[in-house]
Design a protein around this ligand. Structure first.
Ligand code: PNS
Length: 167
């Protein structure tokens, strides 16, 4: 039986830190499904369709990666239906851990067979977070080292839209 994991997140946008975690997950699991979820605490820059398009393009060279959207409902139910026994989450710093610990135990309560696996990205991505990438990019800063070229294009388009709507 294939070992399948899901890798959920808001991915607004998908960064090279996310890609690094995905790459590490592929060393452990046969299949990884990237799942775009809605975090009720977050207002996103990119639509779900934009994020689906960008992640599909970033992962197109990985045959064992698929991309899906969790439109509503619980991640734990999605994991059960998808036949995934593992949820992959990237942890960069100790401050990430409290929220991750809470989510992982809640997901385990909802679906006892699921195990959350925490992976640390390369240290060079420790300070790379989607929120900071969005902020820097929308203020015209260079984020090319931290995102795939297709994500960079999409960020540039968003910046142009923002500048047009101001003028
Ligand atoms: O990248 P994020 O914003 O930290 O990802 C959070 C996400 C989308 C994984 C989380 O909010 C989630 O799982 N949402 C789906 C709804 C759900 O199951 N919520 C309860 C989580 S214990």
């Amino acid at each position: 039986m294939k070992r399948k994991a899901i890798y959920p997140g808001t991915f607004d946008p998908f960064t090279n830190g996310h890609l690094d975690v995905l790459d590490r997950a592929l060393n452990i699991f046969d299949e990884v499904e990237v799942v775009i979820g809605e975090n009720s605490q977050k207002k996103t820059l990119f639509t779900v369709n934009d994020r689906l398009e960008m992640i599909r393009e970033v992962v197109c060279e990985f045959p064992s990666v698929s991309v899906a959207v969790l439109h509503d409902g619980l991640l734990a139910d999605y994991a059960r239906q998808a036949g995934a026994r593992a949820i992959v989450r990237g942890v960069r710093q100790v401050k990430d851990f409290e929220y991750e610990f809470q989510m992982s135990l809640l997901n385990r309560h909802l679906y006892p067979d699921v195990t959350t696996v925490f992976l640390m990205p390369n240290v060079k991505y420790t300070y790379v977070a989607s929120s900071i990438i969005r902020e820097v990019a929308m203020l015209g800063g260079d984020v090319s080292k931290f995102v795939h070229p297709c994500v960079l294009d999409m960020l540039h388009k968003k910046l142009q839209e923002k500048q047009k709507s101001k003028s």
